[in-house]
Design a protein. Structure first.
Length: 398
């Protein structure tokens, strides 16, 4: 069997590159930047006032002037108002341009205004205070964003500030989620006593939406010829096939033989892990990548986070996330010769340690148990006894 580490290496070796596309910047949230973004002018573009108050000449204050005649009130967006004499000032608002004849702003809390005059109430004034100077952040032409970054709300703000109405981002792969099995019915249907509602495909679709991917959906009945035909159509029209179910050793698990018949090259089948041992991975000569997960909901969910999401990140040119580690909060035993992904609830103790408390369910079909957990803790293959206080990698999903 393939080990977890081998499976990860083999999967990442098949990371794709799906090119780039230009989209409106307001639709770019969560996408991966594919170009350098430069400042189209200095940031800030002028000497910007950062406090409501009065603008004065510091030289006038140094010469002993404490009361200034207010020449005008200047709001943000107004043309700057210049003074004509040292004892004049301008009432000025946050965000306004500082006039060239003035160099210091005194906030309203430190002045008293009467009859068109402003009197200073403090001597604690520094030249250039309450100002954000032109070009202090970036100079015109400076690179402010580089490729390979996920576009966050902060980056949206930067794109808007430099006039990037359209932005080049990494193109997302075309993905289809495929479920199979005659025992599955639509969510609005009333299952017979021997049927269940579809859920795995919707779980995968929801996780993909969190990654910014809109996936197609398909359900295949337990029929070998229909299975082959529909998988062939997906191979020809999608970059990635995410299958759930139909890959074990049952007599109605037709997917492995369909993949073989369609000349999808099997890279591995079965991983030394629980849940998710029957996991199948391969690639067609046309470039379509196939992740075939076991039908058990917990197995599908774990494999999606442990294998597919890292593959997607690598395909989009993202640096692999630093692993998260947590401290096991109680003893645990697992004897089979498989790497176990233990469902855990996470919380912090008073020392700031991330603690993982096991929340055991009833196997890989117990998807209800996932609602009470936050992560899978990846336990070491070589051990069977895991002690409270030991540290292991965790894969968070909440």
């Amino acid at each position: 069997m393939t080990t977890v580490e081998q499976a990860k290496k083999l999967i990442l070796a098949e990371a794709g590159n799906y090119g780039a596309e230009i989209i409106p910047f307001e639709h770019a949230l969560g996408r991966v930047l594919a170009e350098n973004i430069k400042a189209d002018r200095d940031l800030p573009p002028f000497n910007r006032v950062t406090m409501d108050g009065i603008a004065i000449s510091y030289k006038s204050f140094e010469s002993g002037i404490k009361t200034f005649r207010i020449k005008a009130i200047q709001a943000a967006g107004d043309a700057p108002v210049e003074i004509d004499s040292p004892d004049e000032c301008v009432e000025i608002m946050t965000g306004a341009v500082l006039p060239d004849s003035l160099d210091t702003v005194v906030r309203y809390e430190d002045v008293e205004i009467n009859n068109g005059h402003a009197t200073l109430l403090t001597n604690d004034i520094k030249k250039g205070q309450s100002l954000h100077l032109q070009g202090a952040d970036k100079k015109q032409g400076d690179i402010i964003l580089t490729p390979g970054r996920v576009i966050t709300p902060v980056l949206i703000s930067l794109l808007a500030s430099v006039g990037e109405a359209e932005v080049r981002v990494k193109r997302l792969p075309r993905i289809v989620v495929i479920s199979s099995g005659d025992e599955l019915v639509d969510i609005a249907a009333t299952p017979s006593p021997y049927q269940i509602r579809k859920s795995n495909s919707y779980t995968i679709q929801a996780v993909l939406k969190q990654c910014g991917v809109e996936a197609g959906m398909l359900h295949i009945p337990d029929d070998p010829e229909i299975t082959r035909q529909q998988i062939l159509e997906c191979i020809n029209n999608y970059d990635v096939l995410l299958l759930t179910g139909g890959i074990s050793m049952g007599k109605f698990d037709y997917i492995p033989q369909a993949l073989k018949a369609l000349q999808v090259n099997q890279i591995f089948h079965k991983v030394q892990q629980r849940p998710g041992k029957p996991f199948w991975f391969g690639k067609h000569d046309n470039g379509a990548v196939v992740f075939a997960f076991p039908g058990n909901p917990v197995a599908t969910f774990m494999c999606l986070h442990r294998y597919f999401i890292p593959w997607l990140q690598a395909s989009l040119g993202l640096t692999e996330n630093q692993p998260t580690y947590a401290v096991l909060n109680q003893d645990f035993e697992f004897t089979p010769d498989l790497k176990y992904f233990l469902q855990v609830k996470l919380n912090f103790n008073e020392q700031g340690q991330l603690l993982a408390t096991p929340v055991e369910g009833n196997g890989s079909g117990d998807f209800a148990n996932l609602a009470d957990t936050d992560a899978f803790m990846e336990l070491t293959l070589e051990k069977s006894e895991f002690k409270k206080g030991e540290t292991y990698k965790v894969w968070k999903f909440n």
